[in-house]
Design a protein around this ligand. Structure first.
Ligand code: SIN
Length: 287
């Protein structure tokens, strides 16, 4: 049996591709997840109808890409607030004027970057993030793409036996893994425990909720017992068919759902600068 014996055919329903609200156009990126949204000016306040349509699009496509936006810090914070309260990272300083805006900055000659490991944001907190909005300020001439993976599909493509096994397990998460590059996280809580499979509070679908950046082990198991399960999941959950890849342009913004996706920043732009602003929406306790 292969993973795909258990996977229903991927599809984006017609309603999402050609929404009848006429507010914006939607172009799916891959059969896995992601969509380009055209026709929305995110610098303007969003009315309730637009907010609700964007939220539906997020629930359906999991990662929404908007191009050519012109956002200052006030507009980005207001946009994030349209979808919930914003997280202020206790370990990574935000903009002085807008602490909710985390700068993801890589200088030309910097090697240690926030890159190179799949994760979902803030899983080291009791209430991990609902979603994040990442805005491209300065991008390298090539490279620096962000990849996204669909954790519903990762879960649904497992065998019923494996799903039943994982359903009963809980992962241990921590921000600080002991690497020098994570020094900013040294004060983070020692350990937070979340179900390895969470139920999305809005869609009711189950998704894998475990990531190679912040998950350190499985509650009640030795590290030797947990390692092969986690290693399998880390390989399985990022199969190309579950992913999409976003090539940034200046002014692009991606809004993703942290409850059912993971992302990976590619560290493949030596000698170039990359600057992104991120606002992170607070979420619920996973169940
Ligand atoms: C992040 O992990 O939130 C940042 C992703 C990126 O810089 O592409």
């Amino acid at each position: 049996m292969t993973a795909f014996d258990y996977l229903p055919p991927l599809s984006h329903d017609d309603q999402a591709i050609a929404p009848d609200h006429g507010l914006f156009a939607v172009q799916p990126l891959t059969g896995g997840l992601g969509a380009e949204i055209d026709g929305v000016d995110l610098a303007k306040p969003l009315d309730d109808e637009m907010k609700s349509a964007l939220r539906q699009a997020l629930l359906h496509h999991l990662a929404l890409v908007f191009r050519d936006q012109r956002l200052g810090p006030d507009e980005l914070v207001a946009l994030g607030h349209a979808f919930g309260d914003l997280h202020v990272n206790p370990f990574v300083a935000g903009l002085e004027s807008h602490p909710e805006i985390m700068q993801i900055r890589s200088e030309e000659n910097e090697e240690a970057r926030f890159a190179g490991r799949w994760h979902s944001d803030i899983t080291w907190e009791e209430r991990p993030s609902l979603g994040s909005l990442l805005y491209a300020k300065t991008i390298p001439p090539y490279g620096g793409d962000t990849l996204f993976a669909n954790m519903y599909l990762a879960y649904e493509s497992l065998s019923p036996t494996m799903r039943r096994t994982l359903d009963g397990l809980r992962g241990e998460h921590t921000a600080f893994q002991g690497h020098a590059r994570d020094a900013a996280f040294a004060e983070a809580p020692e350990k937070v425990v979340h179900p390895l499979v969470r139920t999305h509070p809005e869609t009711g679908r189950k998704a894998l909720f475990v990531n190679e950046y912040f998950t350190r082990g499985i509650d009640g198991m030795t590290s030797d017992e947990a390692a092969p399960i986690l290693d399998f999941l880390y390989r399985h959950m990022v199969r190309p068919e579950f992913t999409c890849r976003v090539r940034w342009g200046e002014g692009a913004l991606v809004f993703w759902d942290n409850r059912c996706t993971q992302h990976y920043a590619a560290n493949d732009y030596p000698g170039s600068k990359r600057l992104m602003w991120r606002v992170t929406i607070n979420g619920d306790k996973p169940y």
